[in-house]
Design a protein around this ligand. Structure first.
Ligand SMILES: *[C@@H]1O[C@H](CO)[C@@H](O)[C@H](O)[C@H]1NC(C)=O
Length: 357
């Protein structure tokens, strides 16, 4: 009896061992397809996230927003909600540490970030007014944050070493075109700060531009990459878009996706960035008579994913946030033909009136 029991245990044990082994083999076989499935699930999750913020975008895209500044400057002249905090983020790499050094130096000279920001804004208003008075108006305006300020070779208004080469890239790509381009980015700007600037003098009175390029939003997604923040960011950018179209009805709007950032991709901010970008793309699709969307992101990522993660190419984005001159050359190379084609297809303001239902 005992022998029989032992034999049974052995047989059952062996067959269980065999089935376990075959399970392991199956699992190994399935490894690849599981990874693929995981990636699909991730993509679905991002898609769901994007859908979750869509209703807000629909509201904005069909709504006329107030053209008056909704938030008045504080007594010192800087909007009360101004935050330079996004300029002070921690980073492992040299570029932004250098930026922080520069900020400390400005502080040591009793210039606050707020002062520098306001000086940039006033300079841009003057540049726009000066250009209005000149005979050759700007055809293309680039609005945005530090990434669009790189074109000028400055960081928060001061000449900044690593961006000097970007200024050269700008000159090579946009300096000798039949159309005239100008960049009006300010480091650290969030969408609401750009909106305020536009509401407070940073629009050309002549309504001459043929194309306005907007890249903003990455500073809205610093520290807090929740989907709620993504929704608020998308709403703020769509306000910028709506205002630009209301004020410059005969200009094409080229809305650029928020670039990837961080060292690896996806990371904890990826969902939020993709959700914002989905909104911008949808806005452009719904307003295709004047709005266009372009996503430069994939150029900044390695072609091969390792363990489901892409690398944000260090040569193109050394501080995991700001494109280097090499990165900005890719940006310029991709944007140039799009902008040239839009400049040569002028919009008639009349065609842009929304059709009445
Ligand atoms: C992130 O931002 C959202 C929206 O503003 C806010 O409700 C939430 O409390 C913030 N979360 C954190 C962790 O700061």
């Amino acid at each position: 009896m005992r022998l029989l029991a032992l034999a049974l245990v052995l047989i059952v044990g062996q067959s269980e061992g065999a089935s376990l082994r075959s399970n392991v083999l199956e699992l190994e076989d399935d490894h690849e397809s599981l990874l693929t499935r995981a990636k699909d699930l991730f993509t679905d999750a991002v898609h769901d996230a994007a859908n979750a913020v869509k209703p807000a975008a629909k509201r904005w895209s069909n709504q006329k927003i107030s053209l008056h500044a909704s938030k008045k400057p504080a007594a010192g002249g800087v909007p009360s909600w101004f935050t330079g905090a996004s300029l002070e983020r921690k980073t492992h790499s040299g570029q932004l540490q250098g930026n922080r050094r520069m900020l400390r130096r400005q502080k040591a000279h009793h210039h606050s970030v707020e002062d520098e920001w306001l000086k940039c804004h006033r300079r841009y208003v003057e540049e726009l007014e000066g250009n209005e008075a000149s005979t050759s108006a700007w055809d293309v305006l680039f609005y945005g944050d530090s990434i669009m300020e790189e074109w000028r070779g400055t960081f928060l208004g001061s000449a900044w070493g690593p961006f000097q080469d970007v200024k050269k890239v700008w000159a090579e790509h946009f300096g000798s075109k039949p159309y005239k381009s100008h960049a009006l980015g300010i480091a650290g700007d969030k969408a609401e700060q750009l909106l305020w600037r536009l509401q407070n003098g940073e629009l050309p009175a002549s309504k001459h531009p043929k194309v306005v390029v907007v890249m903003i939003g990455t500073n809205d997604l610093v520290g807090n990459c929740t989907l709620q923040t993504a929704q608020e960011t998308a709403q703020a950018i769509l306000k910028v878009n709506t205002l630009l179209h209301a004020e410059l009805p005969s200009a094409h709007l080229l809305s650029l996706a928020v670039l990837p950032k961080g060292e690896m991709w996806p990371n904890r901010c990826t969902d939020a960035i993709l959700a914002v970008n989905a909104e911008l793309q949808e806005y452009a699709e719904q307003n295709s008579d004047f709005a266009h969307f372009h996503d430069l992101g994939s150029a900044f990522l390695s072609t091969e994913a390792v363990g489901g993660k892409y690398e944000v190419k260090e040569a193109l984005m050394p501080d995991s946030l700001h494109p280097s001159a090499v990165g900005m050359r890719i940006v310029a190379t991709q944007l140039e033909p799009i902008i040239s084609s839009l400049v040569s297809r002028p919009l008639s303001a009349e065609l842009d009136e929304p059709a009445t239902a």
